[in-house]
Design a protein around this ligand. Sequence first.
Ligand code: RIB
Ligand code: CA
Length: 310
Amino acid sequence: MTEKLPVWIDTDAGADDAAALTAACRMERLDLRGVSAAAGCMEQARAFTAARGVLSLAGREDVPVYPGAAGPLLRSLPERPAGHESPDLTGLLAPSAAPEETLPAWDALYRAAKALDGALDVVAIGPLTNLAVAFGKYPQLPGLLHRIYMMGGAAMGGNITPAAEFNVYTDPHAAQAVFRSGAAIVMCGLDVTQAAYLTPEEAAEIGSRETRFGRFFRESTRSLPRFRGRDLAPGLCLHDLCPVLYLAYPRLFTGREAGVFVETRGTVTLGKTVTDLWSDRPFPVKNTFVVLDVDRDGFAAQVRELLERD
Ligand code: RIB
Ligand code: CA
């Protein structure tokens, strides 16, 4: 029997986060040790309630959810552009009956990482504020993690500005702290998440199931745009599924080692993840594996296998 992988998920509870959390709960290989709520798609308290509700819907009220930072390290939560608001999942979920954890995310994550002594993987699918706070309070934490699989950034492009992706843009200072921390990072940026789309028909299939999750998926993704990329091709990008699928099915993806650092002072480029992938002036370190492409059909088939289960 393949050994289970201990995993921690830090989430800002968007609709794609919910799909990623549910997929993680259904992967036999993953041992979900804890979840922490981040401010991003919505304020932290709402993300905390939503994450608890998603785990309850997945039948996993045994997985503790910890409260995170109220907002980014040095700035306020950015407004989501019209048409890109994140649905408030709390209205679609029954409240969890699990006891409410009060230990802050950074203390709970450190406790779990220390107990696992280098085996814990972190899937970060929101702004990186909680991780940055944890690394600031526990400088040895980056070396106590196996890897960080993040959804965020982009070698090319942006979805909240032309230069930046939402998670990194929301807290660029936290993202910079994580890229500088020495932790082993796998970055699933927009480069791969916009290639890892579901066709409208595939998304409709998942949402057509008359199960509690099928109905939730239909309602939670209803308002998400069904087009992507520069050519506005049809497709539903559930970005946060990528790091979760990469963790368990890495052969579906390809990428390259690179140096990645974050613009924290720019006006036009604030929050841009700058990579040396296509530069003859490389950064001094290759601190990140940047995931650049995916076997889309294989990805979609695996996502449907996980999300269409009764
Ligand atoms: O840019 C996409 C990311 O921003 C996803 O994690 C989505 O949930 C939002 O947090
Ligand atoms: Ca997210």
